[in-house]
Design a protein around this ligand. Structure first.
Ligand SMILES: [Zn+2]
Ligand SMILES: [Zn+2]
Ligand SMILES: [Zn+2]
Ligand SMILES: [Zn+2]
Length: 365
């Protein structure tokens, strides 16, 4: 067989495969699912499992995967192949959930895929999209079986059970390393609106903290404090529920401490303090790390450490530093650009590292 003939056969096969992919419509389905049914499906990244559902009544239902080994997702289409809804992940494992208000008598198609080259077989179930009041579902009357494993806040979806710790202002807690436990969660409901500081205390451990409010990431910190300690500074509102989530990457124990954000002066009086972010200097100005500032005493009580001078900058490209007037002719434009890029990338790297750690924590990877 000539190379040319072989090539044409391969091309033909590729085209046939492509055509079969392109023409695969929602009307071709792999299985049918009914309400309150659990079925087995097989899918990979390239092979979509299409599941047909005809809704008997107008109702909100949830399609959930069970014990999926890799991240999966599902898109819902109507009978005209119009996209309707996508699934969401539950943050701590690889399963997905899709909730939709189905209309009586209509036909729907769930397109399911998995981030896996190999085909995986797993269960999906279609059932009540439980909406709980005091642990009992408003829609089906079933009592919640209280599972907090699938929730980063250690809170059952029904809102009735929390399996983390509580912390009060003034408390210090010790976090012991536990290999099988990824996070420690501290719930806090302030009795007073104001600024609070949640910090770790340790000589060697490198913990990181995230603050969640209303199930959303609010703020976080890694290394503001001494050694590798975090300091989370946040304005919190009386009566609202906040969750401080901590994680340590070296299996070391550390203390956590929650206090009002105040400066206690030598005479015992308490002053309100402010959080100041990093200050980036130039060739003429020192860069300062983040700090806590007492306006009443006009001094930083924590942080705000010198981090060296910044760089010459030449925004108008006249070969002269805009800040110090020094001629930069000796220094090539490339050097200036590299200096600037260096500074820019360092800042970007900091942000990137933080996001990576956060994504890692919430289990997106
Ligand atoms: Zn229900
Ligand atoms: Zn529950
Ligand atoms: Zn002060
Ligand atoms: Zn300069």
């Amino acid at each position: 067989m000539t190379i040319r003939k072989l090539t044409s056969i391969i091309l033909t096969m590729v085209m046939l495969v492509s055509i079969s992919v392109i023409t695969a419509s929602a009307a071709d389905f792999d299985a049918v699912i009914a309400e309150n049914e659990t079925i087995q499906v097989s899918a990979s990244f390239d092979k979509t499992a299409t599941i047909k559902f005809v809704s008997a009544e107008t109702k909100t239902l949830a399609l959930k995967s069970e014990n999926l080994e890799e991240y999966g997702f599902c898109d819902l289409y109507d009978e005209n192949e119009e996209f309707l809804e996508s699934s969401y992940e539950n943050l701590v494992d690889t399963d997905f959930t899709l909730v939709y208000d189905f209309e009586a008598g209509k036909t729907y198609y769930f397109d399911i895929r998995v981030f896996s080259d190999e085909e995986l077989t797993f269960s999906i179930s279609l059932g009540c999209a439980h909406e709980y009041t005091d642990g009992v579902c408003d829609n089906c009357g079933v009592a919640c079986d209280h599972d907090t494993d699938g929730n980063i806040l250690m809170m059952c979806d029904c809102g009735a059970v929390y399996s983390g710790s509580d912390i009060a202002c003034g408390d210090t807690d010790t976090v012991e390393p536990e290999a099988d436990k990824k996070f420690s969660v501290f719930r806090f409901i302030p009795e007073e609106t104001g600024n609070y500081i949640f910090r770790s205390v340790s000589d060697e451990a490198d913990p990181i903290a995230y603050l969640f409010y209303d199930s959303e990431f609010y703020t976080g910190n890694d290394d503001f404090g001494d050694s590798y300690n975090f300091v989370v500074f946040a304005e919190l509102t009386e009566g609202e529920t906040y969750y401080f989530i901590t994680e340590e990457f070296n299996d070391m124990s550390y203390d956590v401490m929650l206090t009002k954000a105040v400066h206690t002066a030598d005479d015992g009086s308490e002053h309100d303090v402010e959080y100041h972010d990093w200050y980036y200097g130039t060739c003429q100005e020192i860069t300062y790390t983040e700090g806590i500032y007492c306006p009443e005493c006009d001094e930083y009580i924590e942080g705000h450490l010198e981090d060296g001078y910044g760089y010459h900058e030449d925004w108008d490209y006249d070969g002269i530093c805009d800040y110090c007037g020094e001629s930069l002719q000796g220094e090539s434009l490339i050097d200036i650009i590299f200096d600037f890029l260096d500074e820019f990338l360092a800042a970007l790297q900091g942000i990137f590292d933080f996001i990576i750690e956060l994504l890692d924590t919430v289990g997106v990877w």
